[in-house]
Design a protein around this ligand. Structure first.
Ligand code: TXA
Ligand code: MG
Length: 323
């Protein structure tokens, strides 16, 4: 199959209406999208992504009415959070109605839903009379794509079209939140951090802990190894010390901020010249991609300050470096 790339929302909508799977831009990462209400299409998304069927998909909707039509209940916390953060990088996990397929939710009785804020994605959702199921548009376990070229590189030949919406503004997958036994739980960290969420709805438990292994279906985004480059990667708090133990290796560096010394030792990607965590989030996956294409023996990365979006960036760095 030939994979075209372009900015034609109407063309993308036409393909989706014909039960095709198409890559779409969102403000977080690119998604691999198809009609969420059609089981054959949903099955196809899993297959193209090579994703195990026990790891459920997020549904993207055009508006709150559409979101509410997919769930049994719309609790006040969902109301409070979506009022502040939708459209945007927040996903809510709520009890599904029966018309939402158990294939999509991997057998769970909850469904994950969000309204993305990317203008082309919203235009597309508004042109369709069904919502879109979309996981990140990367093969299972690999780095999430934040540019159309990333998607092309990984998935060309398997989908007919990539809707090119430029570089993703936010750059990390959405924050996921749900309720368990009357308590709010944050399942995946994102650029909307815990502090901002707790300001709206009070105490929220975190179940995102690295090293905690359980089935993806009950604990989203929790695979210890995830978002990984093909090149071995290591987190370090001291680049130079690390270098001294590996003299013969070809090493690339993923740095939080400007670093004049390191560029003598190998290619260096700076996440944020201005030391801005939102900028670092936006650049993280593209930086990993770039380094992963260089044929290096090792990517050395450093943590960013552990606050705001930095908490989610560090979480992704740790998973990317997990063996
Ligand atoms: O920002 C995002 O959320 C991006 C863009 C494309 O919207 N999507 C994304 O999808 O990151 P994906 O499939 O790569 O990650 C979704 C996560 C998975 O870890 C999955 O296990 C979890 O959400 N998830 C989805 N539905 C769920 C459900 N019903 N119950 C528990 N976890 C769920
Ligand atoms: Mg993903």
């Amino acid at each position: 199959m030939e994979t075209l790339c372009g900015k034609d929302v109407t063309y993308a909508a036409g393909l989706l209406q014909k039960e095709q799977v198409v890559a779409i831009p969102t403000e977080t990462v690119y998604g691999l999208a198809g009609n969420a209400m059609n089981e054959d299409v949903v099955r196809n998304i899993f297959k193209i992504k090579k994703r195990p069927f026990n790891n459920p998909l997020i549904i993207h909707v055009a508006n709150k009415e559409q979101a509410r039509s997919l769930v049994e209940d719309w609790p006040s916390w969902a109301n409070d959070l979506t009022a502040s953060f939708w459209p945007g990088p927040l996903t809510v996990l709520l009890p599904k109605v029966t018309k939402v397929s158990g294939l999509l939710t991997a057998g769970s009785d909850r469904v994950a839903i969000r309204i993305p804020s990317h203008h082309m994605c919203l235009e597309l959702l508004n042109a369709l009379d069904f919502p879109l199921a979309a996981p990140s548009a990367n093969p299972f376990m690999y780095i999430s794509p934040t540019k159309a070229q990333h998607v092309y590189h990984q998935l060309h030949g398997t989908i007919p079209y990539i809707l090119d919406g430029g570089s993703c503004q936010s750059g990390l997958e959405s924050t996921i939140i749900g309720e368990e036994n009357g308590r709010l739980v944050l399942y995946r960290l994102g650029v909307i951090d815990l502090k901002r969420i707790e300001q709206k709805v009070g105490h929220v438990e975190i179940k995102n802990t690295i090293g905690h292994s359980s089935l993806p279906a009950s604990a989203p985004g929790m695979l210890d190894k995830h978002y990984s480059p093909g090149t071995p990667m290591k987190l370090t708090s001291n680049f130079l010390e690390e270098l001294s133990t590996k003299p013969e290796k070809k090493i690339g560096f993923l740095c939080w901020k400007k670093n004049e010394i390191l560029s003598d030792f190998g290619p260096c990607v700076i996440l944020s010249g201005g030391e801005d965590l939102m900028e670092a989030a936006r650049n993280l996956y593209a930086g990993l991609y770039e380094l992963d294409q260089m044929g290096l023996d090792l990517i050395l990365a450093e943590r960013v300050p552990d606050q705001g979006a930095g908490i989610a960036i560090n979480d992704r760095l740790q998973r990317a470096a997990a063996r």
